[in-house]
Write a protein that binds this ligand. Structure first.
Ligand code: UDP
Length: 311
């Protein structure tokens, strides 16, 4: 299906990489962003691309696009815990109203719809690793609730459009991802550690550092999302790298790769920080044949030059 796809959050880390990929695959891309957390720099290389159009718009307000749209990918949302703590209402509006508006747009055009969801729907998981059937352990009023509940609502709304209007939907539950085009002050762990390492400053480990995450390089992630978009599965599918490590192990690896010998310091644990996280990726494998190919060390090596140019 080569056609015209609309991507919200197009100036963000994932949105901008997806735009590049859809353009490379021969599509036209309509990008939407209000630059709340996105960056113009991530789109600078598309300025003279005739198949790319940018609409500056807050997706929590309705959007009408003509003449046609064949696919809608809703990626607009603050996504770093630091951002959604600071922007909780905008986060709920992007996931709530933004999802409703983009579903309405997709329905009007009979377009395929893909929702960017998150491993945060599992909260602080009591099942490990997390399969799609796991219903999660989320505090509906806690400090992470603006993001977690927005995405849970967004999934419910997407399934409602699928059931009530037979909309052709996909839901991708994205686990921790990293790579170029993250903001140096994004607040997430890989960007924080690389920036500190390159500056010869101490990395800060929140809590004991025994908490785990499973990090997927953006090139792998984009491939997984695109394959899912072209697949036939309407319900949620995990996409991430099941290679799990502790935050202490991550700090040691990034110290080695950035050549830093400054020992890390410890800070207070963020409230409700999930203790473990690792995707069960059997569903995406079965549906699309996708599996990640870039290990953590290799991915960090590919990412360091991007940050080196910025710090
Ligand atoms: N973290 C840390 N130091 C940092 C940033 C994050 O120790 O400078 C920890 C954080 O407490 C969490 C993990 O790294 O346990 C991943 O945090 P991140 O903000 O990247 O994303 P999350 O997976 O929590 O959404």
């Amino acid at each position: 299906m080569a056609g015209r796809v609309l991507i919200t959050g197009v100036a963000g880390f994932l949105g901008s990489h997806l735009a590049d990929r859809f353009l490379a695959d021969g599509h036209e891309v309509v990008g939407v962003d209000n630059f709340l957390t996105g960056s113009r720099r991530n789109l600078a290389h598309l300025r003279r691309e005739p198949r790319f159009e940018l609409i500056e718009h807050d997706i929590s307000a309705p959007l009408f696009v003509e003449p046609r749209v064949d696919g809608v990918l809703h990626f607009a949302s603050p996504a770093s815990p630091a951002d959604y703590a600071e922007l909780p209402i905008q986060t709920l509006k992007a996931g709530g109203l933004g999802t409703h508006n983009t579903l309405g747009l997709a329905r009007r055009h009979r377009a395929r719809y893909l929702l960017a969801s998150t491993s945060e729907v599992y909260g602080d998981p009591q099942v490990h690793p997390q399969p799609e059937e796991y219903r999660g352990n989320v505090d509906p009023v806690g400090p992470r609730s603006a993001y977690d509940e927005a995405k849970r609502y967004a999934e419910a709304m997407t399934m409602a459009y699928h059931r009530a209007h037979a909309l052709d939907t996909r839901i991708v539950r994205i686990f921790n991802a990293y790579g170029s085009r993250m903001r140096p002050r994004d607040g997430r762990v890989v960007s924080n550690f690389i920036v500190r390492g390159l500056r010869g400053e101490a990395m800060t480990i929140y809590g004991t550092g025994s908490q785990t995450r499973s990090f997927c390089h953006v090139d792998d992630l984009v491939e997984g999302i695109v394959r899912l978009f072209h697949s036939r599965r309407a319900g949620p599918v995990n996409v991430g790298n099941p290679e799990e490590c502790t935050i202490l192990e991550l700090a040691a690896l990034i110290m080695e790769e950035t050549g830093s010998s400054v020992p890390p310091v410890f800070g207070p644990p963020p409230p409700d920080d999930p203790a473990v996280r690792r995707p069960d990726i059997s569903a995406v494998r079965r549906e699309t044949g996708w599996a990640p190919t870039i290990g953590l060390r290799e991915g960090v090596r590919r990412t360091i030059p991007y940050f080196r140019a910025l710090v």
